[in-house]
Design a protein around this ligand. Structure first.
Ligand code: ATP
Ligand code: MG
Length: 283
């Protein structure tokens, strides 16, 4: 029996039995996933079915063992299993992302955001589409270019960065999200604590690294050297990297520090697909 007919029929039947709203809802839910029928006759072979023991106020009949009823039962069972798996996956993902957001490892503006979640002009739609298709080919291992997303404030770069992380989590890809200024701060904090581990060493190995607000802070020789070291190691290791910035490559590289600007710019130009996000701020 088709799902819609099943639903209508169970609602009608629930009313006929005088069930209250909650019981009627429970009945409909059960009928959607169960061929344990509420009808005394099999809808495939018309055989009269015995009453199922244990049923309370709702008369339930045993599932028929004919081929039609069996294959219908198998179809519904696998649908139910798929839906339960999807639901627990969604819940798991939500909890992973909100925990990561609390720890600053995921942009909280991306929680609940979706691709194409804000209105953009044709150029913006094309830019967003390019980022999404880059992500798909990266996750399937085909993409070798990095991606550099830049544009004015509030155009959705951080949100896109978060959606990239979300896609990676969904496909179980090892991924890290960092804010450029946060990373510099953490490295310096490690010196003060005399910590033996440097956050850079882990980021040099992560399969997919998302660096948000690249070039935002004021540069120095150390900042430029750090950026070069990270970019160079990831390039050597063939690991995919995402940059978002308020500045085009030349501007960001120059801000990092004059001495390495040309080398960083050269690497990024050679390695990245550049996507410009324009338009109004969505804040
Ligand atoms: N795809 C989207 N779906 C829902 N909301 C979005 C989307 N893109 C952007 N926004 C909203 O627009 C606002 C600005 O987005 P976001 O912080 O990503 O911009 P940004 O380009 O990173 O800005 P900045 O340059 O200041 O860092 C946020 O409030 C965010 O919630
Ligand atoms: Mg941002």
């Amino acid at each position: 029996m088709d799902v819609e007919v099943r639903r209508e029929w169970s609602e009608w039947y629930g009313e006929k039995l005088g069930l209250d709203l909650d019981r009627r809802k429970a009945l409909t839910k059960m009928v959607l996933y169960s061929t344990q029928t509420l009808m005394p006759d099999c809808s495939f072979c018309n055989r009269r079915l015995p009453r199922s023991p244990g049923a309370s106020d709702i008369p339930i009949y045993r599932r028929c063992s004919c081929a039609g009823a069996t294959s219908e039962w198998e179809r519904l069972e696998s649908k139910r299993t798929r839906e339960i798996r999807q639901r627990s996956m969604d819940e798991w993902e939500k909890s992973v992302l909100s925990k990561a957001a609390d720890g600053g490892k995921y942009p909280s503006s991306s929680l609940g955001a979706d691709w194409h979640g804000v209105k953009r002009g044709p150029a913006g739609v094309a830019a967003e589409r390019e980022v999404r298709s880059w992500l798909e080919s990266t996750l399937s291992g085909k993409e070798k270019s990095w991606i550099y997303i830049y544009g004015p404030r509030g155009t959705g770069k951080t949100t896109l960065a978060g959606l990239i992380v979300q896609g990676a989590i969904r496909s179980a890809t090892d991924c890290r999200y960092v804010r450029w200024s946060g990373l510099l701060h953490d490295i310096k904090a490690g010196w003060a604590d005399k910590s033996p581990s440097n956050p850079l060493s882990e980021l040099k190995k992560t399969k997919l690294l998302v660096i948000d607000d690249f070039g935002k802070d004021a540069g120095s020789e150390w900042v430029a050297t750090t950026a070069f070291e990270l970019i160079d190691s990831r390039e050597q290791a063939g690991l995919q990297t995402v940059f978002t910035s308020n500045f085009a490559i030349h501007g960001a590289a120059t801000r990092l520090g004059q001495d390495k600007a040309a080398a960083i710019e050269d690497r990024l130009r050679g390695r990245c697909k550049v996507v410009e996000l324009g338009g109004e701020s969505h804040r």
